[in-house]
Design a protein around this ligand. Structure first.
Ligand SMILES: [Zn+2]
Length: 457
Protein backbone atom coordinates (compact mmCIF):
# COMPACT_ATOMS: atom_id res chain seq x y z
CA UNK A 1 0.00 0.00 0.00
CA UNK A 2 3.03 2.24 0.42
CA UNK A 3 1.76 3.83 3.63
CA UNK A 4 4.24 5.77 5.74
CA UNK A 5 3.54 4.20 9.13
CA UNK A 6 6.00 6.41 10.99
CA UNK A 7 4.09 9.51 9.93
CA UNK A 8 0.77 7.81 10.61
CA UNK A 9 1.75 6.60 14.09
CA UNK A 10 3.19 10.00 14.98
CA UNK A 11 -0.05 11.67 13.97
CA UNK A 12 -2.23 9.07 15.71
CA UNK A 13 -0.46 9.23 19.05
CA UNK A 14 -0.09 13.02 18.91
CA UNK A 15 -3.80 13.38 18.21
CA UNK A 16 -4.80 10.82 20.84
CA UNK A 17 -2.57 12.32 23.50
CA UNK A 18 -2.50 16.07 23.07
CA UNK A 19 -5.92 16.71 21.56
CA UNK A 20 -7.77 14.30 23.86
CA UNK A 21 -11.43 14.75 24.80
CA UNK A 22 -11.35 11.96 27.39
CA UNK A 23 -11.72 14.25 30.40
CA UNK A 24 -14.57 16.32 29.06
CA UNK A 25 -16.40 13.27 27.61
CA UNK A 26 -16.10 11.56 31.01
CA UNK A 27 -17.54 14.60 32.77
CA UNK A 28 -20.46 14.76 30.35
CA UNK A 29 -21.28 11.04 30.51
CA UNK A 30 -20.74 10.44 34.23
CA UNK A 31 -21.68 13.78 35.79
CA UNK A 32 -23.79 15.89 33.47
CA UNK A 33 -25.80 12.86 32.31
CA UNK A 34 -25.15 10.26 35.04
CA UNK A 35 -26.71 6.76 35.24
CA UNK A 36 -27.68 5.45 31.79
CA UNK A 37 -30.05 2.53 32.22
CA UNK A 38 -31.09 1.44 28.72
CA UNK A 39 -34.52 2.94 27.84
CA UNK A 40 -34.11 5.85 30.31
CA UNK A 41 -34.04 9.54 29.33
CA UNK A 42 -30.42 9.68 30.48
CA UNK A 43 -29.47 6.87 28.15
CA UNK A 44 -31.12 8.72 25.27
CA UNK A 45 -29.16 11.85 26.26
CA UNK A 46 -25.92 9.81 26.17
CA UNK A 47 -26.78 8.31 22.77
CA UNK A 48 -27.60 11.80 21.46
CA UNK A 49 -24.27 13.11 22.73
CA UNK A 50 -22.40 10.20 21.11
CA UNK A 51 -24.08 10.71 17.74
CA UNK A 52 -23.32 14.45 17.91
CA UNK A 53 -19.65 13.66 18.49
CA UNK A 54 -19.61 11.33 15.47
CA UNK A 55 -21.17 14.11 13.37
CA UNK A 56 -18.74 16.76 14.63
CA UNK A 57 -15.76 14.49 14.05
CA UNK A 58 -16.73 13.94 10.41
CA UNK A 59 -17.66 10.27 10.46
CA UNK A 60 -19.80 8.78 7.72
CA UNK A 61 -23.48 8.14 8.37
CA UNK A 62 -23.89 8.55 12.15
CA UNK A 63 -27.27 7.04 13.05
CA UNK A 64 -29.47 5.83 15.87
CA UNK A 65 -30.69 2.28 15.50
CA UNK A 66 -33.86 1.94 17.57
CA UNK A 67 -35.26 -1.25 18.98
CA UNK A 68 -37.76 -2.30 21.62
CA UNK A 69 -36.29 -3.69 24.80
CA UNK A 70 -38.08 -5.81 27.38
CA UNK A 71 -36.88 -3.96 30.46
CA UNK A 72 -37.41 -3.70 34.20
CA UNK A 73 -37.28 -1.23 37.04
CA UNK A 74 -37.56 -1.37 40.80
CA UNK A 75 -38.60 0.95 43.60
CA UNK A 76 -38.30 -0.03 47.24
CA UNK A 77 -36.54 -3.17 48.33
CA UNK A 78 -36.82 -3.85 52.04
CA UNK A 79 -35.36 -6.54 54.26
CA UNK A 80 -36.39 -6.99 57.92
CA UNK A 81 -35.32 -9.47 60.57
CA UNK A 82 -38.82 -9.93 61.92
CA UNK A 83 -38.25 -10.94 65.55
CA UNK A 84 -35.88 -8.05 66.30
CA UNK A 85 -37.39 -5.64 63.74
CA UNK A 86 -33.96 -4.87 62.27
CA UNK A 87 -33.67 -3.45 58.75
CA UNK A 88 -31.16 -5.16 56.44
CA UNK A 89 -29.78 -3.46 53.30
CA UNK A 90 -30.96 -5.24 50.16
CA UNK A 91 -30.57 -4.58 46.44
CA UNK A 92 -32.57 -6.66 43.96
CA UNK A 93 -30.77 -8.56 41.20
CA UNK A 94 -31.39 -7.13 37.72
CA UNK A 95 -34.84 -8.31 36.61
CA UNK A 96 -35.77 -9.63 40.06
CA UNK A 97 -39.55 -10.20 40.12
CA UNK A 98 -41.68 -8.30 42.66
CA UNK A 99 -42.29 -10.18 45.90
CA UNK A 100 -43.49 -9.84 49.47
CA UNK A 101 -42.67 -12.82 51.64
CA UNK A 102 -41.59 -13.89 55.12
CA UNK A 103 -39.73 -17.14 55.72
CA UNK A 104 -37.03 -18.62 57.94
CA UNK A 105 -33.37 -18.11 57.04
CA UNK A 106 -31.19 -21.02 55.95
CA UNK A 107 -27.46 -20.46 55.55
CA UNK A 108 -26.31 -22.37 52.46
CA UNK A 109 -22.74 -20.98 52.67
CA UNK A 110 -21.23 -21.13 49.15
CA UNK A 111 -24.02 -23.24 47.66
CA UNK A 112 -21.77 -26.24 46.99
CA UNK A 113 -23.31 -29.65 46.30
CA UNK A 114 -22.24 -30.90 49.72
CA UNK A 115 -23.90 -28.06 51.59
CA UNK A 116 -27.07 -28.30 49.54
CA UNK A 117 -27.26 -32.04 50.24
CA UNK A 118 -26.79 -31.49 53.99
CA UNK A 119 -29.39 -28.72 54.18
CA UNK A 120 -31.85 -30.12 51.66
CA UNK A 121 -34.71 -30.45 54.15
CA UNK A 122 -34.31 -26.95 55.57
CA UNK A 123 -34.15 -25.27 52.14
CA UNK A 124 -37.74 -25.87 50.95
CA UNK A 125 -39.82 -22.76 51.59
CA UNK A 126 -36.92 -20.92 53.28
CA UNK A 127 -34.89 -17.83 52.38
CA UNK A 128 -31.36 -18.97 51.51
CA UNK A 129 -28.36 -16.84 52.47
CA UNK A 130 -25.39 -17.55 50.20
CA UNK A 131 -21.91 -16.10 49.56
CA UNK A 132 -21.47 -14.89 45.98
CA UNK A 133 -17.77 -15.84 46.07
CA UNK A 134 -16.49 -19.35 45.35
CA UNK A 135 -15.85 -21.95 48.01
CA UNK A 136 -12.05 -22.00 48.15
CA UNK A 137 -11.52 -25.78 48.32
CA UNK A 138 -13.71 -27.03 45.50
CA UNK A 139 -14.35 -26.55 41.79
CA UNK A 140 -15.99 -23.12 41.34
CA UNK A 141 -19.68 -23.30 40.38
CA UNK A 142 -21.19 -20.39 38.40
CA UNK A 143 -23.54 -18.24 40.49
CA UNK A 144 -26.39 -18.86 38.05
CA UNK A 145 -26.08 -22.65 38.47
CA UNK A 146 -26.17 -22.30 42.27
CA UNK A 147 -29.29 -20.10 42.12
CA UNK A 148 -31.08 -22.53 39.80
CA UNK A 149 -30.16 -25.50 41.99
CA UNK A 150 -31.58 -23.72 45.06
CA UNK A 151 -34.76 -22.93 43.13
CA UNK A 152 -35.10 -26.63 42.22
CA UNK A 153 -34.87 -27.45 45.91
CA UNK A 154 -37.87 -25.19 46.58
CA UNK A 155 -36.26 -22.11 48.11
CA UNK A 156 -38.62 -19.10 48.48
CA UNK A 157 -35.98 -16.43 47.79
CA UNK A 158 -32.20 -16.05 47.83
CA UNK A 159 -30.07 -13.39 49.52
CA UNK A 160 -26.52 -13.22 48.15
CA UNK A 161 -23.70 -11.71 50.18
CA UNK A 162 -21.53 -9.27 48.26
CA UNK A 163 -17.84 -10.05 48.79
CA UNK A 164 -16.76 -6.39 48.86
CA UNK A 165 -16.60 -4.53 52.14
CA UNK A 166 -17.70 -1.06 53.25
CA UNK A 167 -21.47 -1.61 52.90
CA UNK A 168 -21.12 -1.83 49.13
CA UNK A 169 -23.63 -3.85 47.10
CA UNK A 170 -23.58 -4.26 43.33
CA UNK A 171 -26.33 -5.20 40.88
CA UNK A 172 -25.99 -8.80 39.75
CA UNK A 173 -27.55 -11.04 37.13
CA UNK A 174 -29.16 -14.34 37.94
CA UNK A 175 -28.93 -15.58 34.37
CA UNK A 176 -26.15 -17.18 32.38
CA UNK A 177 -26.26 -15.80 28.83
CA UNK A 178 -24.76 -19.02 27.50
CA UNK A 179 -27.92 -20.90 28.46
CA UNK A 180 -31.24 -19.59 27.10
CA UNK A 181 -33.14 -21.69 29.67
CA UNK A 182 -31.24 -19.91 32.44
CA UNK A 183 -31.87 -16.32 31.37
CA UNK A 184 -34.11 -15.11 34.21
CA UNK A 185 -34.03 -15.22 38.02
CA UNK A 186 -35.73 -18.53 38.95
CA UNK A 187 -36.96 -17.06 42.28
CA UNK A 188 -36.61 -13.55 43.79
CA UNK A 189 -32.86 -12.92 44.19
CA UNK A 190 -31.45 -9.98 46.15
CA UNK A 191 -28.00 -8.98 47.40
CA UNK A 192 -26.86 -7.66 50.72
CA UNK A 193 -23.57 -6.17 51.90
CA UNK A 194 -20.82 -8.21 53.49
CA UNK A 195 -21.57 -6.45 56.81
CA UNK A 196 -25.33 -7.08 56.79
CA UNK A 197 -24.71 -10.56 55.38
CA UNK A 198 -22.80 -11.45 58.52
CA UNK A 199 -25.86 -10.50 60.59
CA UNK A 200 -28.08 -12.76 58.46
CA UNK A 201 -25.59 -15.64 58.73
CA UNK A 202 -25.91 -15.41 62.52
CA UNK A 203 -29.71 -15.44 62.25
CA UNK A 204 -30.32 -18.98 60.90
CA UNK A 205 -33.91 -20.20 61.45
CA UNK A 206 -35.07 -16.65 62.32
CA UNK A 207 -37.83 -15.10 60.22
CA UNK A 208 -36.80 -12.70 57.46
CA UNK A 209 -39.15 -10.49 55.48
CA UNK A 210 -38.34 -9.41 51.93
CA UNK A 211 -40.32 -6.85 49.92
CA UNK A 212 -39.29 -6.08 46.34
CA UNK A 213 -41.33 -3.57 44.34
CA UNK A 214 -40.46 -4.12 40.69
CA UNK A 215 -42.10 -4.21 37.29
CA UNK A 216 -41.38 -5.46 33.76
CA UNK A 217 -42.29 -3.48 30.63
CA UNK A 218 -41.16 -2.77 27.07
CA UNK A 219 -39.56 0.51 25.97
CA UNK A 220 -37.61 1.99 23.09
CA UNK A 221 -33.83 2.23 23.15
CA UNK A 222 -31.05 2.66 20.60
CA UNK A 223 -27.57 1.66 19.52
CA UNK A 224 -25.43 4.35 17.88
CA UNK A 225 -23.48 3.57 14.72
CA UNK A 226 -21.12 5.48 12.42
CA UNK A 227 -18.31 4.52 10.09
CA UNK A 228 -15.21 5.44 8.15
CA UNK A 229 -15.85 3.96 4.75
CA UNK A 230 -13.05 1.85 3.33
CA UNK A 231 -11.43 3.38 0.23
CA UNK A 232 -10.45 -0.01 -1.20
CA UNK A 233 -12.92 -2.57 0.16
CA UNK A 234 -15.98 -0.69 1.42
CA UNK A 235 -18.01 -3.91 1.74
CA UNK A 236 -15.60 -5.56 4.17
CA UNK A 237 -15.76 -4.28 7.73
CA UNK A 238 -14.12 -4.18 11.13
CA UNK A 239 -16.20 -3.12 14.14
CA UNK A 240 -15.07 -1.28 17.26
CA UNK A 241 -17.80 -1.19 19.91
CA UNK A 242 -18.56 -0.69 23.56
CA UNK A 243 -21.75 -0.31 25.57
CA UNK A 244 -22.94 3.16 26.56
CA UNK A 245 -25.57 1.97 29.06
CA UNK A 246 -25.10 1.34 32.78
CA UNK A 247 -26.94 -0.49 35.53
CA UNK A 248 -29.47 1.57 37.52
CA UNK A 249 -28.05 4.24 39.85
CA UNK A 250 -24.47 3.97 38.63
CA UNK A 251 -22.76 6.70 36.61
CA UNK A 252 -20.58 3.97 35.10
CA UNK A 253 -17.07 5.43 35.02
CA UNK A 254 -15.20 2.18 34.54
CA UNK A 255 -18.31 0.31 33.30
CA UNK A 256 -18.54 1.67 30.69
CA UNK A 257 -17.83 5.36 30.08
CA UNK A 258 -14.23 4.12 29.71
CA UNK A 259 -15.08 1.90 26.71
CA UNK A 260 -17.59 4.34 25.20
CA UNK A 261 -15.02 7.16 25.28
CA UNK A 262 -12.36 4.91 23.74
CA UNK A 263 -14.76 4.18 20.83
CA UNK A 264 -15.43 7.93 20.39
CA UNK A 265 -11.79 8.93 20.63
CA UNK A 266 -10.54 6.20 18.27
CA UNK A 267 -13.19 7.28 15.75
CA UNK A 268 -12.13 10.92 16.15
CA UNK A 269 -8.41 10.19 15.71
CA UNK A 270 -8.94 8.06 12.58
CA UNK A 271 -11.36 10.65 11.13
CA UNK A 272 -8.73 13.35 11.72
CA UNK A 273 -6.13 11.19 9.99
CA UNK A 274 -8.44 11.08 6.97
CA UNK A 275 -9.25 14.79 6.93
CA UNK A 276 -5.76 16.08 7.76
CA UNK A 277 -3.40 13.60 6.09
CA UNK A 278 -5.82 12.11 3.55
CA UNK A 279 -5.30 8.57 4.87
CA UNK A 280 -8.45 6.42 4.93
CA UNK A 281 -8.95 2.88 6.14
CA UNK A 282 -8.65 0.19 3.44
CA UNK A 283 -11.82 -1.64 4.48
CA UNK A 284 -14.70 0.00 6.33
CA UNK A 285 -14.33 0.55 10.09
CA UNK A 286 -17.61 0.82 12.00
CA UNK A 287 -17.81 2.50 15.38
CA UNK A 288 -20.73 1.47 17.53
CA UNK A 289 -21.93 2.12 21.04
CA UNK A 290 -24.39 -0.48 22.24
CA UNK A 291 -27.42 -0.13 24.44
CA UNK A 292 -28.48 -2.69 27.02
CA UNK A 293 -25.28 -4.62 27.65
CA UNK A 294 -26.45 -4.64 31.24
CA UNK A 295 -29.76 -6.10 30.07
CA UNK A 296 -28.74 -9.44 28.64
CA UNK A 297 -26.44 -7.99 25.94
CA UNK A 298 -29.54 -6.98 24.01
CA UNK A 299 -28.03 -4.02 22.12
CA UNK A 300 -25.07 -5.97 20.74
CA UNK A 301 -27.50 -8.79 19.92
CA UNK A 302 -29.57 -6.40 17.78
CA UNK A 303 -26.47 -4.94 16.19
CA UNK A 304 -25.01 -8.33 15.28
CA UNK A 305 -28.32 -9.32 13.69
CA UNK A 306 -28.50 -6.13 11.66
CA UNK A 307 -24.90 -5.63 10.56
CA UNK A 308 -23.17 -8.96 10.50
CA UNK A 309 -24.25 -10.89 7.46
CA UNK A 310 -22.29 -12.49 4.62
CA UNK A 311 -22.72 -9.39 2.39
CA UNK A 312 -20.83 -7.06 4.67
CA UNK A 313 -18.20 -9.57 5.56
CA UNK A 314 -17.30 -8.72 9.15
CA UNK A 315 -13.69 -9.76 9.76
CA UNK A 316 -13.32 -8.84 13.41
CA UNK A 317 -15.16 -7.06 16.22
CA UNK A 318 -13.27 -5.47 19.11
CA UNK A 319 -15.40 -4.94 22.22
CA UNK A 320 -14.31 -2.35 24.79
CA UNK A 321 -15.64 -2.88 28.30
CA UNK A 322 -14.23 -1.76 31.65
CA UNK A 323 -10.97 -0.27 30.41
CA UNK A 324 -10.04 1.06 33.86
CA UNK A 325 -9.23 -2.44 35.07
CA UNK A 326 -5.62 -2.28 33.88
CA UNK A 327 -3.37 -1.00 31.10
CA UNK A 328 -3.48 -2.30 27.53
CA UNK A 329 -1.48 -5.51 27.10
CA UNK A 330 -3.03 -6.99 24.01
CA UNK A 331 -6.00 -8.62 22.37
CA UNK A 332 -7.84 -11.79 23.38
CA UNK A 333 -9.65 -13.67 20.62
CA UNK A 334 -12.32 -16.33 20.97
CA UNK A 335 -11.28 -18.39 17.92
CA UNK A 336 -7.75 -19.26 16.80
CA UNK A 337 -7.92 -18.51 13.06
CA UNK A 338 -6.89 -14.82 13.28
CA UNK A 339 -4.16 -15.14 15.86
CA UNK A 340 -1.11 -15.13 13.54
CA UNK A 341 -2.49 -12.28 11.46
CA UNK A 342 -3.26 -10.07 14.45
CA UNK A 343 -0.02 -10.88 16.25
CA UNK A 344 1.92 -9.87 13.12
CA UNK A 345 0.20 -6.48 13.15
CA UNK A 346 0.85 -6.02 16.87
CA UNK A 347 4.51 -6.92 16.25
CA UNK A 348 4.71 -4.27 13.54
CA UNK A 349 3.59 -1.73 16.16
CA UNK A 350 6.67 -2.56 18.23
CA UNK A 351 5.22 -2.18 21.74
CA UNK A 352 5.20 -5.83 22.82
CA UNK A 353 1.41 -6.22 22.70
CA UNK A 354 0.24 -9.83 22.63
CA UNK A 355 -2.60 -11.71 20.96
CA UNK A 356 -4.08 -14.67 22.85
CA UNK A 357 -6.96 -17.05 22.24
CA UNK A 358 -9.31 -17.80 25.11
CA UNK A 359 -10.08 -21.45 25.75
CA UNK A 360 -13.71 -20.73 26.72
CA UNK A 361 -16.46 -18.78 25.00
CA UNK A 362 -16.89 -15.65 27.10
CA UNK A 363 -20.50 -14.56 27.51
CA UNK A 364 -19.84 -11.78 30.00
CA UNK A 365 -19.99 -8.83 27.60
CA UNK A 366 -21.01 -7.56 24.16
CA UNK A 367 -18.62 -9.75 22.19
CA UNK A 368 -20.80 -12.79 22.90
CA UNK A 369 -23.67 -12.14 20.41
CA UNK A 370 -21.04 -11.93 17.63
CA UNK A 371 -19.34 -15.14 18.78
CA UNK A 372 -22.68 -16.92 18.55
CA UNK A 373 -22.64 -16.18 14.82
CA UNK A 374 -19.07 -17.50 14.47
CA UNK A 375 -17.63 -13.97 14.05
CA UNK A 376 -14.55 -13.36 16.12
CA UNK A 377 -15.08 -10.60 18.64
CA UNK A 378 -12.08 -9.74 20.74
CA UNK A 379 -11.88 -8.35 24.21
CA UNK A 380 -8.80 -6.48 25.29
CA UNK A 381 -6.27 -7.97 27.67
CA UNK A 382 -6.18 -5.52 30.56
CA UNK A 383 -5.41 -7.06 33.93
CA UNK A 384 -5.41 -10.86 34.02
CA UNK A 385 -2.10 -12.27 35.40
CA UNK A 386 -0.58 -8.85 36.03
CA UNK A 387 -1.13 -5.11 35.99
CA UNK A 388 -4.51 -5.06 37.72
CA UNK A 389 -5.65 -1.59 38.83
CA UNK A 390 -7.36 -1.16 42.19
CA UNK A 391 -10.28 0.46 40.36
CA UNK A 392 -11.04 -2.83 38.58
CA UNK A 393 -13.13 -3.54 41.67
CA UNK A 394 -15.74 -0.97 40.59
CA UNK A 395 -18.67 -1.69 38.31
CA UNK A 396 -22.45 -2.13 38.67
CA UNK A 397 -22.69 0.12 41.73
CA UNK A 398 -22.99 3.82 42.63
CA UNK A 399 -19.29 4.02 43.53
CA UNK A 400 -18.29 3.43 39.88
CA UNK A 401 -17.89 7.17 39.36
CA UNK A 402 -15.92 9.55 37.12
CA UNK A 403 -12.75 9.21 39.19
CA UNK A 404 -12.53 5.50 38.26
CA UNK A 405 -11.52 6.50 34.73
CA UNK A 406 -7.77 6.43 34.21
CA UNK A 407 -7.31 9.19 31.65
CA UNK A 408 -3.65 8.56 30.83
CA UNK A 409 -4.11 4.83 30.29
CA UNK A 410 -7.18 5.50 28.17
CA UNK A 411 -5.08 7.75 25.90
CA UNK A 412 -2.79 4.82 25.24
CA UNK A 413 -5.76 2.55 24.50
CA UNK A 414 -6.98 5.05 21.91
CA UNK A 415 -3.58 5.41 20.25
CA UNK A 416 -2.96 1.66 20.08
CA UNK A 417 -6.49 0.80 18.91
CA UNK A 418 -6.23 3.42 16.16
CA UNK A 419 -2.90 1.99 14.98
CA UNK A 420 -4.14 -1.60 15.10
CA UNK A 421 -7.46 -0.96 13.34
CA UNK A 422 -5.83 1.06 10.58
CA UNK A 423 -3.26 -1.69 9.96
CA UNK A 424 -5.92 -4.40 9.96
CA UNK A 425 -8.07 -2.37 7.56
CA UNK A 426 -5.26 -2.40 5.01
CA UNK A 427 -4.98 -6.19 4.87
CA UNK A 428 -6.51 -7.45 1.64
CA UNK A 429 -9.83 -9.24 2.32
CA UNK A 430 -8.52 -12.39 0.66
CA UNK A 431 -5.62 -12.54 3.16
CA UNK A 432 -8.00 -12.86 6.12
CA UNK A 433 -8.39 -16.53 7.07
CA UNK A 434 -12.00 -17.64 7.36
CA UNK A 435 -13.21 -19.15 10.60
CA UNK A 436 -13.62 -22.93 10.47
CA UNK A 437 -15.75 -22.65 13.62
CA UNK A 438 -19.35 -21.88 12.73
CA UNK A 439 -22.43 -20.95 14.73
CA UNK A 440 -23.07 -24.70 15.02
CA UNK A 441 -19.59 -25.32 16.45
CA UNK A 442 -20.33 -22.55 18.94
CA UNK A 443 -23.57 -24.27 19.97
CA UNK A 444 -21.82 -27.52 20.74
CA UNK A 445 -18.96 -25.75 22.51
CA UNK A 446 -21.50 -24.00 24.74
CA UNK A 447 -23.01 -27.36 25.66
CA UNK A 448 -19.55 -28.72 26.54
CA UNK A 449 -18.66 -25.65 28.56
CA UNK A 450 -21.86 -25.78 30.57
CA UNK A 451 -21.27 -25.34 34.29
CA UNK A 452 -17.79 -23.84 33.85
CA UNK A 453 -16.85 -20.50 35.38
CA UNK A 454 -15.70 -18.03 32.73
CA UNK A 455 -12.21 -16.73 33.38
CA UNK A 456 -12.37 -13.03 32.66
CA UNK A 457 -9.37 -10.88 31.93
ZN1 LIG B 1 -19.72 -3.28 31.03
Amino acid sequence: MGLDWTTIDRFVFGEAWTHSFIKSHAEILCERIGPRWATSDNELAAATFIREQFIQDGLDNPVFEDFNLPTWSHKQTLGTLVEVNKAIDLLPFNRCPACKLTAPIVNVEYGTENTLREKKNEIKGAIAIMYVGFEPFSQPIPLSDRLYKLAQLGVAAIVCIDPKDGDRIEYRNAGDWRLPEQAEAPVPCVSTSREHGSILIKSSDKLFKIVVEASFYKAKTQNVDAQLTGHAWPNTQLILGGHHDTVLNSSGGNDNASGTIAVLETARVLAALRSELGISPGCTIRFATFSAEEQRLAGAGEYAKQHCNPENNTRLVINLDELSTGYFKGVVLAFPHLRTLIQSQLDSMGDGLRCHVMSQLDSTSDHFPFLRQGIDAAHLWRWRFHGRNADSNYHHEPADTLDKINVRELKEYVGQLSRLLLRLSHIHPKDWPTNPQTSNTVKSRLINERGSVIRVY
